[in-house]
Design a protein around this ligand. Structure first.
Ligand SMILES: Cc1cc2nc3c(=O)[nH]c(=O)nc-3n(C[C@H](O)[C@H](O)[C@H](O)COP(=O)(O)OP(=O)(O)OC[C@H]3O[C@@H](n4cnc5c(N)ncnc54)[C@H](O)[C@@H]3O)c2cc1C
Length: 459
């Protein structure tokens, strides 16, 4: 009788299956602390191969975990209890870009920036830009419904999905949206953001926009956080329509300053980086003037409009320095991606300061302020059990506060393994029961990414 590996190898054309301890070790984690060693890693190359492997897994009750680049921040690609990891790295063709319809047809393993660059070459624009876009894949972005810097104006991944093809839990191939006048699986679009738990996406059609040719980038230095947050609120209600508003508060700045050449005016309590873009020069000038008026009205310490590409880059370098600087000042951290309404951002950040005192832990907040999506970094020493425990307690309080203020426990990183124990903070029993019904309708035997989002009993 054939082993599972032999069965899988017999259905692969150009793909490969690997059971070597080294490869299984590499595929045991993403960026989180969760680990689980896969039994087999299958490097798929075609939709037909994906369907055939899922069919074998389904017949044998083996878990199937799809994996893009493994940049996930909630444990989505971790094969917690083993199973088959479908590695999409080599299924990475941009099948075509229809310039007239402004649609790109891509395989899931395409790296996000590759699509953005290809679109750019044609004068087109694919806006979703997670900070991981140099590495992350479109399949992973689809599964996590990824956001990013430009999402305050352009929306998240789901806004651009015009259709897709996917393999269901019986190994059948399905199409929806632009791929099929009538969806072959009703309600398929619920798969966007379902973290690989409902099906395996094998091709995605993504809407592209015309690339806005004009842009201006500003940095504003504020005496305190309240002033920065009030500036965000004013900008959002003014018609300035920025494509990016990033907030870096004083603790995040002080971390970044230690490790990069950032020149900050004295007494800076918070910084905003704001980008405007436009198709028409008069519109850009008008919005730029409006923004400068708001900035002066808000009595910021200082602001700069970038005069050159180099200066623009220096603003973004400051933003990028934050994440790596935080990594260097502590041997561990919990990075929670909550959201709160912009009007409640200040109360939320004040709350994190009180929390920092309560648990004697450093908590650093920064993020996509334009849409209230904040990254709360709780730093702790992993060799100190009290700190480790306190960090967990603090993160639970962070989720509770975010929901109390009208927000969400996850803005963009997903639930996966990291937040599954906190789902009840945001969702009622009925809501969770309904999500489980959807899971059972798509995947009655629970083979796709089991253990993620919630535990489920089948039957
Ligand atoms: C430095 C850094 C910055 C980040 N910044 C952002 C940000 O700004 N915004 C944001 O939203 N996220 C951000 N992330 C998180 C992460 O990059 C995103 O969630 C991204 O979409 C994951 O893509 P991936 O290819 O790495 O997916 P993986 O980590 O490999 O997988 C993520 C999930 O997608 C599923 N999946 C992958 N391929 C498929 C498929 N073909 N079919 C079905 N399911 C599939 C997996 O099973 C898993 O559940 C960041 C991460 C890092 C490390």
């Amino acid at each position: 009788m054939k082993t599972i590996l032999e069965e899988i190898e017999s259905v692969l054309d150009s793909g490969t299956a690997d059971v070597s301890p080294e490869i299984r070790y590499i595929f045991r984690s993403d960026t989180t602390r969760f680990t689980g060693t896969p039994d087999i890693v299958v490097n798929v190359r075609t939709e037909k191969e994906v369907a055939a492997v899922v069919k074998i897994a389904s017949a044998n009750g083996i878990a199937v975990i799809a994996r893009g680049a493994g940049t996930g921040m909630s444990g989505g690609a971790v094969p917690l209890k083993g199973g088959i990891v479908l590695n999409f790295e080599k299924m990475n063709r941009i099948i075509g870009i229809d310039r007239r319809k402004r649609i790109a047809y891509v395989e899931p393993g395409v790296v996000t920036d590759r699509l953005r660059e290809e679109a750019d070459r044609l004068g087109l624009y694919y806006p979703p830009d997670p900070s991981s876009s140099a590495v992350s894949t479109i399949g992973g972005n689809f599964a996590e419904n990824a956001g990013g810097l430009h999402c305050v104006k352009y929306g998240v991944t789901s806004r651009y999905v015009k259709g897709f093809r996917f393999v269901d839990s019986a190994g059948g191939i399905n199409s929806c949206g632009v791929y099929a006048p009538e969806d072959s699986f009703p309600g398929s679009f619920v798969m966007i953001g379902s973290e690989g738990t409902l099906g395996i996406v094998t091709e995605i059609a993504l809407e592209l926009l015309d690339r806005p040719p004009l842009e201006e980038t500003f940095v504003t230095y504020h005496a305190d956080l309240l002033n920065a947050v009030n500036t965000v609120i004013k900008i959002k209600s003014s018609g300035v329509d920025p494509s990016v508003i990033e907030l870096i508060d004083k603790d995040a700045l002080s971390a970044a300053v230690q490790y990069s050449k950032i020149d900050l005016p004295e007494n800076t309590g918070a910084v905003l980086i704001i980008k405007l873009d436009s198709y028409f020069l008069p519109a850009l000038l008008e919005r730029s003037i409006l923004l400068e008026n708001i900035i002066s009205l808000m009595k910021v310490i200082k602001y700069r409009k970038a005069e050159s590409e180099a200066e623009k880059k220096s603003f973004w370098d400051m933003r990028k320095a934050v994440s790596s600087a935080i990594k260097r000042i502590s041997n561990d951290k919990l990075n929670e991606d909550i959201t709160v309404p912009v009007s409640n951002m200040h109360s939320f950040i004040e709350f994190t300061r009180a929390l920092s005192e309560k648990f004697a832990l450093r908590i650093i907040v920064y993020g996509h302020a334009g849409d209230g999506n904040l990254h709360v970094n709780i730093l702790f020493d992993r060799n100190n059990s009290t700190e480790t425990n306190n960090a967990r307690l603090a993160s639970e309080e962070v989720f509770k506060k975010a929901v109390e203020l009208g927000g969400n426990i996850s803005g963009e990183h997903g639930i996966g393994l990291s937040k599954k124990n906190f789902m009840s903070i945001q969702y009622s029993k009925n809501e969770i029961a309904f999500m489980k019904k959807i899971k059972k309708a798509f995947d009655p035997d629970n083979i796709f990414n089991p253990d993620k989002i919630f535990n489920i009993t089948m039957g």
